[in-house]
Design a protein around this ligand. Structure first.
Ligand code: SAM
Length: 324
């Protein structure tokens, strides 16, 4: 496995049991078996809260039982990677959340995975994936702007569901590219600006209030109201007025896997609605702007556009690029 470095000065870190230390005496604690490069409270506390409550909701395999394959399908469709060709690859996962995609790589490929997240979601990831061999899975709590690995280290880098929630989209992309080897591939997804109407949406109309409400209270309000909102959402779709659902303060249920039972659907709806209203940052981007960011950072863009995950859903916007 790759060694961690101190992201502030680039020096290697040795493992002292409870902490990592560099030659200058700088230390980073190891808590719950996870090196922490960012222990202070930061703007991602909503995600730490969310992923530790809903730690298993979106995980394909819970207790080694296969529940669904939605994360697997999304991962391979989005990246275009083939599990059989990934043996021995070093993969970097940025912003791993509760570890749904970590699990896909660990269970479906023979690659070595290096995952990090800025929030305490790493604890949920660990509890979901601790049964995988530590010789191919290294987890840390770190920021995308200070990734604790040497530059040019990874064959593949991916970052799903994260970039729109960072304060500086372009610097985040630059940081990911820096860590890929020359010839390595970077795949990202992001919320897209389609036109002026993108922000005419309950999310953007209400977020300036909701993101300031305490996480507990916001979750309480959402849970209290979720049933009638699901009912109304489904009704609007049924009478072919689905376009009006953008004014309902609930996540887009059409993006959910089709095989959820009603209890799971409620749980997903609460999780995704919290995920929509609680983040400090929500910065959708124009596709051509993101492609240009990649182009000016020494990469060749191999694909940019939409990936359709199921018949009903909105698509995911992605960019794939190779580092030159
Ligand atoms: C919507 S969640 C997506 C999690 C996971 N990729 C998934 O799709 O299930 C966004 C994640 O990005 C993480 N994040 C946000 N800013 C970050 C940063 N600067 N560095 C690393 N992770 C960050 C959050 O903590 C959160 O877990």
């Amino acid at each position: 496995m790759l060694e961690f470095i101190n992201p502030n000065n680039g020096s290697f870190l040795s493992n002292k049991g409870d902490y990592l230390e560099d030659e200058f005496g700088n230390i980073f604690p190891i808590l719950n078996g996870i090196p922490r490069f960012s222990t202070e409270k930061n703007y991602t506390s909503n995600f730490g809260f969310q992923w530790n409550i809903f730690s298993r909701t979106q995980i394909d395999q819970v207790n080694n039982k296969i529940g669904s394959s939605q994360s697997e399908t999304r991962f391979f469709l989005t990246t275009g990677w083939k599990a059989s060709e990934m043996e021995g690859f070093k993969i970097l996962e940025a912003g791993s959340g509760a570890g749904r995609f970590s699990q896909v790589i660990l269970s479906q490929t023979k690659a070595a995975l290096y995952s990090f997240d800025y929030s305490e979601a790493v604890d949920a990831n660990r509890s979901n994936n601790k049964h995988f061999d530590a010789s191919r899975f290294q987890l840390s709590q770190a920021s995308i702007y200070e990734i604790p690995y040497n530059d040019n280290s990874f064959d593949k880098v991916f970052c799903f569901g994260v970039l729109q929630h960072t304060p500086d989209f372009e610097s985040a992309i630059r940081s990911l590219i820096t860590k890929a080897k020359p010839g390595g591939e970077i795949v990202v997804d992001f919320y897209r600006i389609n036109g002026w109407w993108t922000k005419v949406h309950a999310k953007y109309l209400l977020r300036f209030i909701t993101r300031k409400i305490s996480h507990e209270r916001l979750l309480f309000f959402i849970s209290l109201n979720i049933r009638w909102m699901i009912y109304l959402f489904d009704f609007l779709c049924f009478i072919k007025l689905g376009f009006l659902t953008r004014f309902l303060p609930i996540a887009d249920l059409r993006n959910f896997p089709q095989n959820l039972d009603s209890k799971q659907r409620i749980e997903w709806a609460i999780l995704d609605t919290f995920d929509m209203f609680s983040p400090k940052y929500d910065n959708p981007q124009r596709l051509d702007n993101v492609v240009n960011m990649f182009k000016k950072m020494n990469t060749k863009v191999t694909f940019s556009g939409l990936i359709k995950l199921n018949e009903l859903s909105n698509q995911i916007t992605i960019v794939r690029a190779i580092k030159i």
